[in-house]
Design a binder for this molecule. Structure first.
Ligand code: GTP
Length: 598
C-alpha cells in the first residue's frame, strides 16, 4: 500500500465518553471482525480493564476501509491508555500517529482528561477531528458542546461529527473524515536505513514479548537482526504482523505502517516505549527524538498477610513485572510486617491495579503500607538522598532540608461544588494558580504537594463533588517545605509501616486523627495499650485503648466443651488477618484506614 493510502490515528477522550465503543464500531462497520466474533470492547483485553472500564495498555488495530473515492485505505488505530498515570505512554504513542479523533460526550462536555489528552495530541502535531458522541441521548447538547470545544480547547468545531457510538449513527462519516481530514504519514523513505519507533510492548505467555512498532523509514522484515538504540539489545525477528485485531502475520512492514514483531525478547523490561529500532548492521545514525523512560513516582510496601505466602508473592510479582516495565519492586523487610516488597508505581491507579491483580489473580492477601512519594533529603554534608520509604529517613540531626514533589492539578467542576473543591485543595496545602470558567463549569488549577494527593485526594474529590469533578495532573518539580517524620507507637513499639512524612504544621492534627482511628480499629487486648504519635522522641498525640475485662471464653464457663472450642477456633480464624506487633495484634485494614483523612 502506498503511503498516501495509509492513515494512522488515535482516539482521545475523557473516561466514559465512549472511546472504546467507537473503536468497536469502526472495527465492526469495516468488517474487520466477523459479526459473530464481535464482543463488547474488543480492545480492552484484560479482565480488570473490562471490569473497571478503563484502558491500561495501548493496543492497535488495522482496519481496511473502501472510501468513497473508490480506493481502499489502511487505517491504523492506536488505542491509548486513558488514565493520567500513563501520561508518558500516551504521549509516546501519539507520536506514532498523525491525527486524532477527539471524542466528547455531548451530554457532558469537555472534562479534565479531554483537555489533557487533546493537548498531548496537539503537542504531537496532530490534525484533530472533533466527534460529539451519545447524541442518541435526549440530554445531549451538541450545540453547546461545540461552542465549549471552541472556547475551552480553542479548536475549530463547527464541522464536528455528531454520532452515537452505541447505535452506530454517524460512524460512516467518521470513517470518511479519517481519510479526508487526517494526513497520510509524513515522509517515509523505504530505501533509507531502518528507523522504527517502539510504541508499546506486552508479554504473551506463548510468544514472549510482543513489540508494537511504527516504521518511519526503511522496511522491517522477518529474520532481520535488529537493535534497540537506547537499551542496546539486539534480536532476530521471528514474526512480524498486524493486529486485525487478532494477530495476522505479514511479510514486511514499510514506512508509515504499524504492526508487531516478536524476537525472543524475554521480558518487557528489555523494551522501552519510545526507543528507536534499527538494524544491527547499516542502521540509522540518529534515533527518533525525545526518548525518556517512565519512572515510578509513588511507592508503597506490599506484605503478605500470611508470611508463608512470601515465595508465592515473589512469583506473582515477577510475573506481573514481565508485562509491566513501569512497575518496580525490591524485597523489603519491616520489623513489624516481616518480609515483603517495596514497590514503585506510575501513580495511584497503577498501584491499585497491581494490588488488585495480586489479590485476585494470584489469591494473595496483602497488607499495603501508606503510599509515599520520593522525597529529596539533603543532609548537612551536602548529599542528596532519594527517600522512597519513611522508615529509611536519616537521623534528623544530620538533615539540612527536605524537598517534596509538587504537581499541577487541573480540576473541572460544576459551579455548585467549587467552594468544596477549593477547600479540599487548600486543606491539602495547595496554592491556587488559576480559576477560569468554561461554560457552567469552573476550571481550577492548583499547585499541590504530590504527597497530599497520593492517598485519598481523588476519592475525596469525587465524594465532595458527587462525582461531577474531573481531575488531571502533571509533575512540576521539587520544593522545600517544613517536613518531619511522624512515627506511630503501639504499646510503646514504633510501627514502621505507619510512619510517614508530614508537614510540621499539620503533624498534631494528623497524629491525633491517626491515634483516634487506630483506637477504633485495634481490638482490645487483655492489657491496656497506649497508642502514640511522635516526632523524634516527642509525643504529639496519645490515646489509650482500655484493657479487655473478660476472657472471651468466660461466658461459656461451665458450658459445654464444643462451644468453647468453637469460640476459640473462631478467634484463631480472626487472627489470620491480623499482624502481631510485639504483644499487640493489629488488623490488616488498620493500615489503610488509619491513614485516610476525613
Ligand atoms: P475508557 O475506555 O474507560 O476510557 O472509556 P471509554 O471512553 O472507552 O468509554 P466506553 O466506550 O466504555 O463508554 C462508556 C459508557 O458509555 C458505556 O457504558 C457505553 O455503553 C456508553 N456509550 C458509549 N457511546 C454511547 C452512545 O453513543 N450513546 C449512549 N447512550 N451510550 C454510549
Amino acid at each position: 500500500t502506498p503511503i498516501s493510502r495509509i492513515r494512522n490515528f488515535s482516539i482521545v477522550a475523557h473516561i466514559d465518553h465512549g472511546k472504546s465503543t467507537l473503536a468497536d464500531r469502526l472495527i465492526q462497520l469495516t468488517g474487520t471482525v466477523a459479526e459473530r466474533d464481535m464482543k463488547e470492547q474488543l480492545l480492552d483485553a484484560m479482565d480488570i480493564e473490562r471490569e473497571r472500564g478503563i484502558t491500561i495498555k495501548a493496543n492497535t488495530v488495522r482496519i481496511e476501509y473502501p472510501a468513497k473515492d473508490g480506493q481502499t485505505y489502511i487505517l491504523n488505530l492506536i488505542d491509548t491508555p486513558g488514565h493520567v498515570d500513563f501520561a508518558y505512554e500516551v504521549s509516546r504513542s501519539m507520536r506514532a500517529v498523525e491525527g486524532s479523533l477527539l471524542v466528547v460526550d455531548a451530554t457532558q462536555g469537555v472534562e479534565a482528561q479531554t483537555l489533557a489528552n487533546v493537548y498531548t495530541a496537539i503537542d504531537a502535531d496532530h490534525e484533530i477531528v472533533p466527534v460529539l458522541n451519545k447524541i442518541d441521548l435526549p440530554a445531549s447538547e451538541p450545540e453547546r458542546v461545540r461552542e465549549q470545544i471552541e472556547d475551552v480547547i480553542g479548536i475549530e468545531a463547527h464541522d464536528a461529527i455528531e454520532i452515537s457510538a452505541k447505535t452506530g449513527l454517524g460512524i460512516p462519516d467518521v470513517l470518511e473524515a479519517i481519510v479526508t481530514r487526517l494526513p497520510p504519514p509524513h515522509g517515509g523513505d523505504a530505501d533509507a536505513p531502518l528507523k522504527a519507533m517502539l510504541v508499546d510492548s506486552k508479554y504473551d505467555p506463548y510468544l514472549g514479548v510482543v513489540v508494537i512498532v511504527r516504521v518511519v523509514d526503511g522496511v522491517l522484515k522477518k529474520g532481520q537482526r535488529i537493535k534497540m538504540m537506547k537499551t542496546g539489545g539486539t534480536y532476530d525477528i521471528d514474526r512480524i504482523g498486524v493486529y486485525r485485531p487478532a494477530m495476522q502475520d505479514v511479510a514486511e512492514l514499510g514506512p508509515g505502517e504499524i504492526g508487531y514483531i516478536t524476537a525472543q525478547i524475554k521480558q518487557v523490561r528489555d523494551t522501552r516505549v519510545g526507543d528507536t529500532i534499527t538494524t544491527e548492521k547499516k542502521g540509522c545514525e540518529t534515533p527518533l527524538p525525545g526518548f525518556k523512560p517512565s519512572i515510578p513516582v509513588v511507592f508503597c510496601g506490599l506484605f503478605p498477610v500470611d508470611a508463608n505466602d512470601f515465595e508465592d508473592m515473589r512469583d506473582a510479582i515477577e510475573k506481573l513485572a514481565l508485562n509491566d516495565a513501569s512497575f518496580t519492586f525490591e524485597v523489603e523487610t519491616s520489623a513489624a510486617l516481616g518480609f515483603g516488597f517495596r514497590c514503585g508505581f506510575l501513580g495511584l491507579l497503577h498501584l491499585e491495579v497491581i494490588r488488585d491483580r495480586l489479590e485476585r489473580e494470584y489469591d494473595i492477601d496483602l497488607i499495603t503500607t501508606a503510599p509515599s512519594v520520593i522525597y529529596h533529603v539533603f543532609t548537612k554534608d551536602g548529599e542528596r538522598h532519594d527517600l522512597h520509604n519513611p522508615a529509611d529517613m536519616p537521623d534528623p540531626s544530620k538533615i539540612d532540608r527536605i524537598e517534596e514533589p509538587r504537581i499541577k492539578a487541573t480540576i473541572l467542576v460544576p459551579d455548585d461544588y467549587l467552594g468544596d473543591v477549593l477547600k479540599l485543595c487548600q486543606d491539602r496545602r495547595g496554592l491556587q494558580l488559576d480559576l477560569t470558567y468554561a461554560g457552567a463549569r469552573a476550571m481550577v488549577v492548583y499547585d499541590l504537594p504530590l504527597n497530599e494527593v497520593v492517598f485519598d485526594f481523588y476519592d475525596r474529590l469525587k465524594s465532595v463533588t458527587k462525582g461531577y469533578a474531573s481531575f488531571d495532573y502533571q509533575m512540576i518539580g521539587y520544593r522545600e517545605d517544613n517536613l518531619v517524620k511522624m512515627q506511630i507507637l503501639v504499646n510503646d513499639e514504633p510501627v514502621d509501616a505507619l510512619a510517614m512524612l508530614v508537614h510540621r504544621d499539620r503533624a498534631e492534627m494528623r497524629g491525633r486523627a491517626m491515634c483516634e482511628k487506630l483506637k477504633e480499629l485495634i481490638p482490645r487486648h487483655m492489657f491496656k495499650i497506649p497508642i502514640q504519635a511522635a516526632i523524634g522522641g516527642k509525643v504529639i498525640a496519645r490515646e489509650t485503648l482500655a484493657a479487655l475485662r473478660k476472657d472471651v471464653t468466660a461466658k461459656c464457663y461451665g458450658g459445654d466443651a464444643t462451644r468453647k472450642k468453637k469460640l476459640l477456633e473462631k478467634q484463631k480464624a480472626g487472627k489470620k488477618k491480623m499482624r502481631q506487633f510485639g504483644k499487640v495484634e493489629i488488623p490488616q485494614e488498620a493500615f489503610i484506614s488509619a491513614l485516610k483523612m476525613d
